[in-house]
Design a protein around this ligand. Structure first.
Ligand code: ZN
Length: 133
């Protein structure tokens, strides 16, 4: 195994993927807002690309448009991941504090948890959801 020259927070490839995915989502969201036929949404669409360091998810927090709910959630996850990169905590599991495997981060660049913790969480949620146990 080669020693890694940088930690996950400094990984340029993951960072680029997060940033370009956010750009793509911006385009989709702004197109959806524009085509919604709502004047207020259309105005918002004009701001989507003007954002500097402002949070796109915050801007859209009050928008109730079913078609973009998923995209907005993804943008929120991406912005959170980029913030963790800035803080140097990206790639560290929020539950157990261990490093999330790079392989997992390449599949899920916004992952907050390592796989074992995520699986535990999903199991717990499923049980809570169905209420069978
Ligand atoms: Zn964990």
């Amino acid at each position: 195994m080669n020693a890694m020259p940088f930690g996950p927070s400094e990984n340029p490839e993951l960072r680029n993927r997060l940033v370009s995915r956010r750009e793509q989502l911006r385009d989709e969201i702004s197109a959806a807002l524009r085509s919604s036929g709502d004047a207020e949404n259309a105005t918002l669409a004009g701001h989507v690309h003007d954002l500097g360091e402002e949070s796109l998810a915050d801007l859209l927090a009050d928008v109730r448009l079913a078609g973009i709910a998923r995209d907005v959630q993804e943008v929120r996850d991406i912005e959170a991941a980029l913030q963790r990169m800035q803080a140097g905590t990206y790639g560290v599991c929020t539950d157990c504090g261990k490093l999330i495997s790079l392989a997992r981060l390449h599949v899920y660049p916004t992952a907050k948890r390592c796989r074992p913790c995520q699986e535990t969480r999903e199991k717990t949620r499923k049980v809570a959801h169905t209420g069978t146990i």
